[in-house]
Write a protein that binds this ligand. Structure first.
Ligand SMILES: *[C@@H]1O[C@H](CO)[C@@H](O)[C@H](O)[C@H]1NC(C)=O
Ligand SMILES: *[C@@H]1O[C@H](CO)[C@@H](O)[C@H](O)[C@H]1NC(C)=O
Ligand SMILES: *[C@@H]1O[C@H](CO)[C@@H](O)[C@H](O)[C@H]1NC(C)=O
Ligand SMILES: *[C@@H]1O[C@H](CO)[C@@H](O)[C@H](O)[C@H]1NC(C)=O
Length: 360
């Protein structure tokens, strides 16, 4: 069972404060879940989600499974490309000796913002948890690498982090996915939002429109037409994402006051993705934005008994004509549009500036 993740986002970067010329980052450090994982869950064995170890994962770009939960590149890969940096190695490869010069990716597919223990203690969705690599675990990995390989002294760190972009998120999507898929209601889950937001904001991090996601559309399908918006998405679940994001923005406002020298940027994944749910054809998603490319049938091509990569599932021929990859995650083409929207400043507040973005 999958159940991972989605959503949220935020980007935070420590760096020159506004007023100075656009920063040229020479490192990126990334934290998050399957929207950003470039191989950590796979390297940890991926026992809970073995499908990512095989094609069709990776079919479009890398042509082999890298551990990314998509057919190709993720938002973090497009951001690295835009800054002229290599794709980030997963932390677990670095821990085994892989060299890194321009940053490390600590994100783990399935990760929650809150510690796994929170879900186990309360038995809310814990049977679905894919990993214990929560945000605090990722931060501990970072901390460990910081004092050994990244910058052993304070001065090194100051110099290094001036030119580093920290991407925190998306994270927090799974904190809701597990309990929702385990039977929790929107009302019950709203009670979790303040704690999740505080945890993310403490590390810093927005949330995709979950009501447009094939897994939500399948699990919470209803004959009640009024439950859907004009794009065919579930209104109440999108409302939940918006609630999370608005709380997060408030929390980031507080962080900016607390850390005036950090340049904290909110990345609005929700609005960046909303564009293609609203007008899929405009983005080349001729098969619509709601139906998954890879899956085992059903109205949204999401079948919990035949998820992408398992027997009974199959992948579409042209993933670029779909926004949804496997029912849960998006395609490379969708991630590219989101990345473009973040990088060109349309969906980042304050706008993310970049020195030499390559044309997509
Ligand atoms: C997470 O930790 C709990 C308790 O230590 C353990 O029972 C569980 O198997 C772990 N889950 C995963 C996915 O590693
Ligand atoms: C966030 O950080 C504050 C200050 O360090 C701390 O008191 C609080 O417990 C933290 N909250 C969470 C949810 O980690
Ligand atoms: C879902 O997958 C199962 C197992 O392959 C299959 O028996 C079932 O017919 C599929 N359901 C749909 C709606 O395609
Ligand atoms: C950013 O890209 C989007 C398309 O992805 C476009 O609609 C928008 O006008 C661009 N904004 C800027 C400031 O270039």
């Amino acid at each position: 069972m999958i159940r991972n993740v989605f959503i949220v986002l935020i980007i935070c970067c420590l760096g020159p404060v506004s007023g100075s010329p656009p920063p040229t980052y020479d490192s990126i450090f990334s934290f998050g879940d399957s929207l950003a994982d470039t191989g950590n869950l796979l390297l940890s064995g991926a026992l809970t989600f073995p499908f990512i170890a095989k094609l069709p994962y990776g079919q479009t770009f890398f042509h082999y499974p890298t551990g990314r939960c998509s057919d190709g590149r993720l938002v973090v890969d497009f951001i690295a490309e835009a800054y002229g940096l290599p794709y980030l190695p997963p932390y677990l490869a670095v821990a085994k000796g892989e060299k890194f010069e321009h940053g490390v990716n600590f994100a783990v597919a399935g990760a929650t913002a809150l510690d796994a223990k929170f879900f186990y203690d309360r038995k809310i969705g814990s049977q679905l948890l894919l990993t214990n690599g929560s945000l605090s675990v990722q931060l501990a990995w970072f901390s460990n690498l910081k004092s050994t390989l990244i910058c052993p002294t304070k001065q090194d760190c100051a110099r290094r982090f001036q030119k580093s972009l920290f991407l925190v998120g998306e994270i927090g999507g799974n904190d809701y996915n597990y309990p929702f898929f385990g039977g929790g209601t929107i009302q019950q889950l709203k009670a979790l939002v303040p704690l999740v937001v505080e945890t993310i904001a403490n590390a810093t991090s927005g949330n995709l429109p979950i009501g447009c996601n094939a897994v939500y559309l399948t699990l919470f399908r209803t004959p009640n037409k009024a439950a859907y918006d004009r794009n065919g998405c579930l209104k109440a679940y999108n409302g939940f994402s918006k609630y999370h994001n608005s709380m997060l923005k408030l929390a980031l406002e507080n962080l900016r006051h607390k850390y005036p020298h950090a340049n904290i940027i909110y990345a609005d994944y929700y609005a960046a993705a909303k564009r293609f749910f609203h007008a899929p054809h405009h983005y080349g998603f001729t098969n619509g934005a709601l139906v998954a490319c890879c899956g085992g049938g059903g109205p949204y091509n999401f079948n919990n008994s035949a998820i992408c990569g398992s027997p009974g599932s199959k992948s579409c021929l042209d993933p670029a004509t779909y926004a949804n990859w496997d029912g849960i995650h998006l395609t490379e083409a969708a991630y590219r549009y989101i990345a473009m929207g973040l990088l060109n400043g349309s969906f980042t507040e304050p706008p993310l500036t970049f020195p030499h973005i390559k044309p997509f």
